[in-house]
Design a protein around this ligand. Structure first.
Ligand code: ZN
Length: 229
């Protein structure tokens, strides 16, 4: 059996699985799409008045995003990354390492750079996620949004990856952390027109424990209450 056929079989199985979960398969397609619109740069994504802002802006939505330059000890390698396709999805992760209790900037910076080094060691062009949220509720820029992420195998096209620092199978996120996650995610959804049904957690794409049971529980409850978007 040729490799393309194997790939199709895998994709078909995933399609059945996702259909069973009520998801649409098209997002996972490997079809190349023309990049018709480059995303706005990360520093230019604060909500501005416009047709997508019919809903009130949550209090946490307009918080500053800390620059990648504040924490990364190495530059991205553009040759190892694809440009970002038009944005259609946002996916939430935890880092899944040892439980993390650091609440100051240095702790968050060290954690982020450890993740970046681990991802670079796989020959990825940079840390795989686009944004990170620390225990104190700070939002950090990670992989620049002009590049496609590396956070959901075969489903990274047009998919923003947000990692919440910690291991939420073994600890709970802080209140300020989930509030910052909600604010940043909602802002991105509005800016890029991502509908609530296209906000997923990693385990809603693939067989993984990510983002851990406590964060998964929060996401399911918060989404059903309409707290995102
Ligand atoms: Zn994940």
């Amino acid at each position: 059996m040729s490799e393309p056929r194997l790939e199709l079989t895998t994709a078909t199985r995933r399609g059945f699985l996702l259909a069973g979960l009520g998801f649409v398969m098209t997002a996972c397609s490997k079809t190349q799409e023309a990049v018709t619109m480059l995303p706005a740069p990360a520093w230019d994504m604060h909500p501005t008045p416009g047709p997508r802002l019919a809903q009130p802006v949550p209090a946490a939505a307009a918080g500053p995003v800390r620059s990648r330059a504040e924490w990364a000890t190495g530059a991205p390698v553009p040759a190892l990354m694809d440009p970002m396709a038009p944005i259609r999805h946002v996916t939430i992760h935890h880092d899944g390492m040892q439980p993390f209790h650091g609440s100051d900037d240095r702790a968050a910076e060290g954690r982020l750079d450890a993740i970046r080094r681990a991802h670079r060691s796989k020959d990825w062009g940079d840390i795989g996620y686009h944004f990170a949220v620390d225990r104190a509720g700070n939002v950090w820029e990670a992989r620049p949004l002009r590049y496609q992420g590396a956070h959901v195998k075969n489903c990274n096209e047009g998919n923003i990856g947000i990692v919440v620092l910690g291991n939420f199978d073994r600890q709970r996120p802080t209140d300020t952390q989930v509030e910052a996650l909600r604010g940043q995610t909602s802002m991105l959804m509005r800016v890029y027109g991502v509908p609530p049904r296209n906000l997923r957690t990693h385990q809603e794409w693939a067989a993984t424990r990510c983002p851990g049971r406590h964060l998964q529980q929060y996401m399911v409850g918060a989404r059903s209450n309409g707290w995102f978007g």
